[in-house]
Design a protein around this ligand. Structure first.
Ligand code: SF4
Length: 237
């Protein structure tokens, strides 16, 4: 990335909606999305590589520099009460993100931030956000990345202690549920959702049927990927 950002600007991949939150506790809720550029991980199964993978994408062309005032002006006139900030990894820009989240909260909007759980949230961000949807990456999803890069125990502990986080694991098979069980026990994570990996309705439906009963037996909540079931792999839905 060669763009230079002012303190009141963010590097944005896209903003879109109204649509619905497709995953997690707010599934089905009308929402708008702001997707930020850049990530500190390199997951093999990432469905938004255009936010970070400079080997395959021209990140300067994929991203847009947007002022926080313009993002606030856009979000606050949308006919929804939920804004989802996603990525990439949004907390890579968290110092500049604080003013956006505070502005959205001041306007009466709820704000969810989706994060991979490897960067500790600043106190100012914690104070304004409605909820963090924390999605630590399992070995099957982030193949090739060492666990020391994917899993930051102290950061997960901070999120768990905040009272403003849920934990969502993307799983490919029942074997992944054992890894989830270990992480949940090691870091005292709750509440925990598991979600089938997949970019087509067929993949998601098949994997959800496979993991549902064993996930429930382990005490986990389930979520699907409603936007994929509804619109497939379309970008911006
Ligand atoms: S953490 Fe998320 S955005 Fe980053 S590479 Fe992994 S799946 Fe993609």
């Amino acid at each position: 990335m060669t763009v230079t950002l002012a303190t009141d600007e963010l590097f944005v991949a896209e903003k879109f909606g109204p649509t619905v939150q497709g995953e997690g506790p707010s599934i089905g809720r009308r929402a708008v999305f702001i997707r930020l550029m850049n990530c500190n991980l390199t997951c093999r199964n990432c469905d938004t590589p255009y936010t970070w993978d400079s080997a395959r994408f021209d990140l300067d062309a994929e991203g847009t520099v947007a002022s926080i005032s313009d993002l606030l002006a856009w979000a606050t006139v949308q006919p929804v009460d939920l804004v989802v900030i996603t990525g990439g990894e949004p907390l890579m820009q968290q110092r500049r993100l604080i003013a956006l989240v505070q502005g959205l909260a001041d306007a009466g909007l709820q704000v969810e931030i989706e994060t991979n759980g490897t960067i500790a949230p600043a106190a100012d961000l914690l104070a304004s956000v409605t909820r963090f949807n924390v999605s630590p990456k399992l070995s099957s999803f982030g193949a090739g990345m060492p666990s020391s890069k994917r899993i930051k125990g102290r950061v997960l502990g901070d999120f768990a202690a905040s009272g403003r986080a849920v934990f969502k694991f993307v799983v490919s098979s029942t074997a992944d549920l054992d890894e989830v069980t270990g992480l949940v026990a090691d870091h005292d994570l709750a509440p925990v959702y598991v979600m089938p990996e997949g970019r087509t309705a067929e993949e998601i439906t098949r994997r959800l049927a496979e993991i549902a009963d064993p996930a429930i037996e382990r005490g986990f909540h389930l979520t699907t990927r409603l936007h994929v079931l509804t619109w497939g792999d379309q970008r911006g839905r």
